[in-house]
Design a protein around this ligand. Sequence first.
Ligand SMILES: Cc1ncc(C[n+]2csc(CCOP(=O)(O)OP(=O)(O)O)c2C)c(N)n1
Ligand code: SF4
Ligand SMILES: [Mg+2]
Length: 244
Amino acid sequence: MYYKDLIKMQRYPHSWCPGCGIGSVLKNTAKVLAGMNLDHTNTIAVSGIGCSGRMAGYLNMDAVHSLHGRALTSAEAIKTVRPQHNVVVLSGDGDLFSIGGNHFLHTARRDPDITVVCNNNEIYGLTAGQYSPTTPKGTYTTTSPKGCKYEPIDIHGILRTMPRYFYARSTVWHVLHMQKCIQEAIQWKGFAFVDVVSDCIEINGRHIGYKKASEMFAMYKEKYKIVRDVEVLGPHDLGVVKKE
Ligand SMILES: Cc1ncc(C[n+]2csc(CCOP(=O)(O)OP(=O)(O)O)c2C)c(N)n1
Ligand code: SF4
Ligand SMILES: [Mg+2]
């Protein structure tokens, strides 16, 4: 199967800004799904609301564009009644950790066999740049003009409190690594979370000193390093950590 068969190319040009990291997440997720022969016959995509939340609608398979913050509840419900299907959630940091934060905790705790790919652009992109739970402390946003006062949520740390977990971190620059993380997450029997560090060039990047998306991609290349065989990822480590 070719990955473009899994994307609704007839809907292009898509709704995202040029240079937005969401395109990379969608394309590389589609590549993994195509490589694993996952399509509308055996897989369901679920998104919440946000720029990232539009991803499920571009996949050429059964998909749900659910309510804001309810991507995980919808996904778990679908998996419960259709256990033979693969369920893949594609959503954003605001959707999954602000309004959806409570659901993240309890879905992870119940450990259903679903995969989550989070386009983590550290901002609410769609609604014009409010800080999100993953915005780094000190960052200018429209709701923190003097710099965000709060430490970002530690997704990896939360998952590590669970008896079983799968957490992977990659970036939109490290595309082959991102693909490996997504594939391993889909193969994992249980709740698997892939945290993809991504750019929102228009609503975040340009406000914090980046002129174009390629400058943010270059920053990801410099700042983040792939590590293997570790139990804990440092803040700028990319890799997979899991506990059976
Ligand atoms: C109940 C409800 N509250 C608030 C909103 C407004 N809203 C839409 S998207 C969004 C934030 C999305 O952030 P994120 O998931 O990070 O997506 P991004 O746009 O950054 O990809 C908010 C607050 C809404 N649609 N519904
Ligand atoms: S506003 Fe940001 S997240 Fe939304 S499409 Fe544009 S660059 Fe992407
Ligand atoms: Mg976001």
